[in-house]
Ligand binder design. Structure first.
Ligand SMILES: [Ca+2]
Ligand SMILES: [Ca+2]
Length: 605
């Protein structure tokens, strides 16, 4: 949940003596900015980490003025033409591009570094090699380490270690201290949510289970440098699991979140967070239980109806964790298995959603679906226990939500259907009988087809550009990859590749959306840590482009520097590499972990 109010409070008012102006010092930060030269009317966008030799390779030319592009060619590092001229495929306007052209150079398979030329424009260098994705999934983990609460290895200091937390909004126990220090801050604020943490943890566990070769061991359990004999992705997953166990301390006490948007009053580093929740500045933080009822201590309330959405996510992470970590730590796995059964039973008894709790601002994660979460929990418990009742339940839950409902739609509310793809179908395919495998494959296919129908544009993207659009692309690519593995059907491979290419630079702005990956990536993210320490975060996936109307209507957004991408922000979607834009340029913890799976698959040896 972004720092929605920070600029209103920190800039527009002077009532907070310790508030800091978020004006960055751009000169301290390296900038690449736009590569659009004055007078140029065409840019060529490519995947900036490169292409696997046998993969399809499509650059996209974006013309900002009407100018026909008939053909293109590819040159090698010595400027020799190695491919083309070949006809460019005209694909119509998109966003700021009055015309787009797809430039397919899949036939270039020889490893090397190339550039694509068309219409007088030239692309960034393009690498073709078998190892272009090697290490990419691991690089995401750096951001998760930076987001750690409890002990933070970047600061080598404690973060909220003694302050978390005081139970609030509980019918009988409000005011009680419950030790819940740990986990990850959700985004550039320091709120922490059980639902997003559980999904992130699940994605890390799945990434390692299916693609262990993609991950290395360079960090300790604490997150400090140094190998410990455990792949870092499992160190990070365990960090998530340990916190989730604290957030589910008793069979009937399921905790929802730590902190709330009162956090947004200050632009502080996590180690000296001065938020005041009524116990003094920098004091204790509230921990909210899932209550099954609309929640919010002040004017704004969410629309919670039950516990299953969060209980299901916890149960799934616990059960999967028990399987993946079982051989390394049998006692920990037994504890996880016991908690998985209890959380699942709690969710089954309380169907409905547990949304995050707003405080002073009207923003919260408006999750509306819970069958997907209970499906995943049930099938992970089946995989763990082989008790047939869990498989039967998983199939029943799967039938309640065959397709993640955002797929095919123009818009959705914030986190309305979450997670953005349903891991449960893939797990049923892995664990279930043939009849069930066919059914869940067909479910995935329906969702992919619905997105593909909206993708008739040069970039081949069919997602709605709601807040956190990059998560939708990462999840679309993940689901498409699952589907291909399940069916052998490559009908959606073009869209799967386009989604990843978009995240890595093949988009109108020519920006890789993952900090540190590629050539041109966000240099001034909406992050206190990056801005105040003048350091470059690495690994974080930012929110991504949004509809212009969303950018214009969210509270408190102020761009604080000239927009280097202004020529590309003329269409229906916008993106700003600006510390002030929490709608498009804020790294997010769960989105980053969500991407680990698909990058891990591509980066496996
Ligand atoms: Ca390690
Ligand atoms: Ca859900």
């Amino acid at each position: 949940m972004p720092l929605s109010e920070i600029f209103l409070l920190a800039v527009a008012t002077a009532t907070c003596p310790r508030s800091r102006s978020p004006s960055p010092s751009p000169s301290r930060l390296p900038r690449t900015g736009s590569d659009l030269q004055p007078g140029a009317a065409i840019v060529i966008r490519v995947n900036q980490i490169g292409y696997l030799p046998e993969a399809s390779k499509v650059a996209v030319a974006c013309a900002l003025e009407p100018r026909p592009v008939a053909d293109f060619r590819v040159v090698d590092a010595g400027d020799r033409t190695v491919f083309g001229p070949r006809p460019a495929t005209a694909t119509g306007p998109f966003g700021p591009c009055v015309a787009t052209y797809r430039l397919d150079f899949s036939a270039v398979r020889l490893p090397g570094v190339y550039r694509v030329l068309a219409g007088g424009a030239i692309s960034l260098p393009v690498r073709v090699a078998g190892d272009v994705y090697r290490g990419a999934a691991d690089s995401l983990l750096a951001y998760l380490r930076e987001q750690r609460s409890g002990y933070n290895p970047v600061f080598r200091d404690s973060v909220h270690q003694k302050s978390d937390g005081v139970l609030v909004d509980h019918p009988t126990r409000s005011g009680e201290f419950i030790p819940v220090s740990g986990g990850w801050a959700d985004a550039s604020d320091y709120l922490q949510y059980g639902a997003t943490t559980a999904h992130a943890t699940t994605m890390l566990l799945l990434a390692y289970r299916d693609h262990p070769g993609a991950f290395r061991d360079g960090y300790q359990a604490s997150g400090l440098p140094g190998a410990n004999g455990i792949p870092d992705v499992l160190d990070e997953a365990r960090w998530g699991l340990e916190w989730l166990l604290k957030m589910y301390p008793e069979d009937d006490l399921l905790l929802n979140q730590v902190g709330d948007d009162r956090d947004h009053a200050f632009w502080d580093l996590p180690v000296n967070d001065s938020s005041d929740y009524g116990w003094g500045r920098g004091g204790r933080r509230p921990v909210y239980p899932c209550t099954g009822k609309p929640q919010g201590l002040f004017d704004y309330k969410n629309r919670s109806t039950g516990l299953a959405s969060t209980a299901g996510k916890y149960a799934a992470a616990f059960a999967l964790g028990a399987r993946v970590l079982g051989r390394r730590d049998a006692a920990f796995a037994r504890r996880l298995a016991e908690r998985a059964r209890a959380a699942y039973a709690l969710g089954a008894a309380h169907p409905g959603v547990c949304q995050t709790a707003p405080a002073r601002a009207p923003y919260f994660y408006e999750e509306e679906d819970w069958a997907d979460d209970m499906e995943l929990a049930a099938v992970e418990l089946y995989a763990l226990t082989r008790e047939p009742g869990y498989l039967g339940a998983a199939l029943e839950y799967a039938a309640l939500e065959p397709v993640s409902p955002w797929m095919g739609q123009d818009t959705a509310r914030h986190y309305q259907w979450y997670p953005w793809h349903n891991n449960g179908h893939y797990e049923i395919w892995r664990e279930g009988p043939d009849s069930a495998r066919r059914i869940v494959a067909e479910y995935y296919g329906r969702g992919l087809a619905a997105v593909a129908r909206r993708a008739d544009n040069g970039f081949r993207v069919g997602i709605p550009f709601i807040w956190c659009s990059n998560n939708l692309l990462a999840s679309f690519a993940t689901q498409a990859q699952f589907y291909r593995r399940m069916t052998g059907d490559s009908s959606y491979l073009e869209y799967e590749n386009a989604a990843l290419d978009w995240l890595l630079g093949t988009n109108p702005w020519g920006v890789s959306m993952i900090i540190g990956l590629g050539t041109t990536y966000p240099r001034t993210p909406h992050s206190v840590v990056a801005q105040q320490l003048g350091l470059q975060l690495s690994g974080g996936l930012v929110d991504g482009p949004v509809y212009r109307s969303i950018f214009q209507n969210l509270r408190g957004i102020r761009l604080v520097e000239p927009d280097e991408y202004a020529p590309f922000n003329t269409g229906f979607i916008v993106y700003h590499d600006d510390v002030g834009d929490y709608s498009t340029n804020e790294p997010i913890m769960d989105g980053t972990a969500n991407l680990a799976y698909v990058l891990g698959a591509l980066g496996s040896p």
